[in-house]
Design a protein around this ligand. Structure first.
Ligand SMILES: NC(=O)c1ccc[n+]([C@@H]2O[C@H](COP(=O)([O-])OP(=O)(O)OC[C@H]3O[C@@H](n4cnc5c(N)ncnc54)[C@H](OP(=O)(O)O)[C@@H]3O)[C@@H](O)[C@H]2O)c1
Length: 319
């Protein structure tokens, strides 16, 4: 007799950072696949009544939650993700990105729960892409250092019961444009009265949060079938764009009323802010072998994401 999957509703996932850009997509994807989802939020919990308010730096509160909910999988999205904020607040960033991650990994091991830790392509210096899962990391900034230290903590504490999933820069169904390093660029497109300069230097791989969430689901379901699923995985689009090229695509897909006459491309290496890798392209074979579906094209993904913002502006304009 062929082995059958247990009924999906019997699976439970706890998602940290469920009020954030990726965590919201992860919650939707797992719910749609029939999982019971327990999403955690902190400062934005009041905006998401379906989420549990919990400070993940409080390890006793987290342990109590895991004891109560008995999840099969924890997807750990919560983090300080802004490289400039991480450079300005190194202690707070360490507490969240490293110390709380270690505590979560210990808790997951004690309870036999598979942990998926979301990390970043910023663990690489961007000098010799593409990076395989076993490439040697060399972060250029405090954010990348903290995420790498989080990876090391997870794999040290729980080598057989955890996965690290490195991903590239995200866009998706944002609550406001400033929520993603990609959608925030549209603010510059929106105001033709303000001349703007946008980088045409560093190479990026903008990936839709729902594609990452689909990959996380593949990883979680594969682990429930095989304990060999563990260690480091990568997930990203293969589409390479500079920020200026992204902005050109935004204007092109939204229609002829969006012009870029006020925007200049800057092809020089940026000199301000935290250092960032030039090209940290991730090679994603391990997750593809597990069956991760391909990513949407940037043109299609960004059109869907920006349409509500573009429409509201045009409606206001013509009123
Ligand atoms: N965004 C990107 O471009 C990108 C690229 C590569 C990797 N990543 C990684 O992907 C993951 C998700 O990123 P994201 O863009 O979804 O981040 P995000 O939108 O900034 O969300 C961060 C989440 O962390 C939660 N959080 C912060 N402090 C907390 C605390 N003390 N206790 C509990 N929760 C706390 C926030 O909750 P509240 O808001 O409710 O406080 C929020 O839900 C991160 O690990 C990040 O490093 C992101």
């Amino acid at each position: 007799m062929a082995l059958q999957d247990p009924p999906s509703a019997s699976k439970c996932v706890v998602i940290t950072g469920a009020s954030g850009l990726l965590g919201r997509a992860v919650s939707q994807t797992f719910s749609a696949a029939g999982w019971r989802t327990v999403g955690l939020a902190f400062s934005r919990a009041h905006l998401h009544p379906n989420l549990v308010k919990l400070d993940i730096t409080d390890k006793v509160a987290f342990e109590n939650l895991i004891q109560r909910e008995k999840p099969d999988v924890i997807v750990h999205c919560a983090a300080e993700k802004d490289p400039d904020a991480a450079a300005n607040k190194p202690e707070e960033t360490k507490r969240l990105n490293v110390d709380a991650t270690r505590d979560l990994a210990e808790c997951a091991r004690r309870h036999g729960v598979f942990l998926i830790y979301i990390s970043t392509d910023y663990v690489f210096d961007g000098e010799s892409p593409p990076y395989k899962e076993d490439a040697v990391p060399h972060p250029l900034n405090k954010y990348g250092e903290s995420k790498l230290a989080g990876e090391q903590a997870v794999l040290e504490v729980n080598p057989d019961g955890a996965a690290v999933l490195r991903i590239s820069v995200l866009y998706g169904a944002v609550e406001k444009l400033s929520e993603s390093a990609i959608t925030v660029l549209f603010e510059k497109v929106q105001d033709p009265s303000k001349p703007a300069v946008i980088s045409n230097y560093e190479r990026r791989y903008p990936t839709h949060a729902k594609d990452i969430a689909a990959g996380i689901l593949v990883l979680a379901e594969a682990r429930l079938k095989s304990d060999a699923v563990k260690g480091i995985y990568h997930h990203s689009t293969a589409e390479c764009l500079t920020k200026y090229e992204m902005v050109r695509q935004m204007a092109a897909v939204l229609g002829p009323s969006w012009t870029l006459n006020h925007i200049k491309a800057d092809s020089e290496k940026p000199t301000s802010g935290a250092a960032r890798p030039f090209d940290a392209q991730l090679s994603c074979e391990r997750l593809q072998q597990l069956g991760a579906p391909p990513c949407v094209s940037f043109a299609d993904g960004i059109r869907e994401v920006l349409l509500p913002f573009a429409r509201s502006q045009l409606t206001g304009f013509f009123c």
